[in-house]
Design a protein around this ligand. Structure first.
Ligand SMILES: CC(C)(COP(=O)(O)OP(=O)(O)OC[C@H]1O[C@@H](n2cnc3c(N)ncnc32)[C@H](O)[C@@H]1OP(=O)(O)O)[C@@H](O)C(=O)NCCC(=O)NCCS
Length: 160
């Protein structure tokens, strides 16, 4: 993948149809902590109420077309030195290095935007080898295995 085709930028309402393409796909949302979005109306509400007000959520774009997201959420108070990262792209784009490029772009700017930030962490379901590989390629270190960490199907998570 030519990295000049990839960009990250804030979500816009005009992303709604492209957003719905991947956000309505259970294969994409399976490992995310939010439900699959099933209608255009729901997608618009999500962009308005979640994506745009989020402290740092970007649309991952290929040739400026929204194909996924990356978000970094800093904690508050004495925990503001750390933030949690999550990401996804549509299945048509898996395995092309796109999230690896987007994550590197995100990391290059976010420490300037949040000056107290010292650490970015990710929690990944053990079976999600692709996501673990992305983190390893970008330089994240595997720190441990969190047992019985969340309810539902996703019980065991790796901490990076
Ligand atoms: C996981 C995900 C983000 C990866 O994005 P991507 O753009 O395909 O990632 P990249 O192409 O940059 O890198 C994927 C790497 O994982 C590897 N990989 C993918 N599936 C794998 C598997 N089942 N086992 C081992 N490695 C795997 C790829 O070979 C590649 O490594 P390589 O470059 O060394 O060959 C994408 O599949 C996705 O959106 N999944 C659904 C949402 C999700 O799981 N988000 C993360 C929640 S923690």
């Amino acid at each position: 993948m030519d990295s000049s085709r990839i960009s990250i930028r804030p979500f816009e309402f005009s992303d709604v149809d492209n957003f719905l393409k991947w956000a309505s796909d259970d294969r994409v949302t399976r490992y995310l902590r939010w439900n699959t979005i099933t209608s255009r109306e729901e997608a618009l509400t999500y962009i308005e109420k979640v994506a745009i007000p989020h402290p740092w959520r970007r649309s991952i774009c290929l040739d400026d077309r929204s194909i996924g997201y990356i978000s970094i959420r800093p904690e508050s108070g004495d925990d503001r030195c750390r933030a949690h990262v999550s990401y996804a792209v549509g299945t048509d784009y898996w395995g092309q290095g796109i999230v690896t490029i987007a994550l590197k772009m995100a990391l290059s700017g976010v420490f300037k935007e949040f000056p107290d930030l010292l650490r970015i962490e990710a929690l990944v379901v053990v079976e999600n080898k692709g996501s673990q590989r992305v983190l390893e390629k970008v330089g994240f270190l595997k720190e441990g295995l969190l047992r019985k960490y969340v309810l539902g199907a996703i019980l065991t998570q790796r901490r990076f």
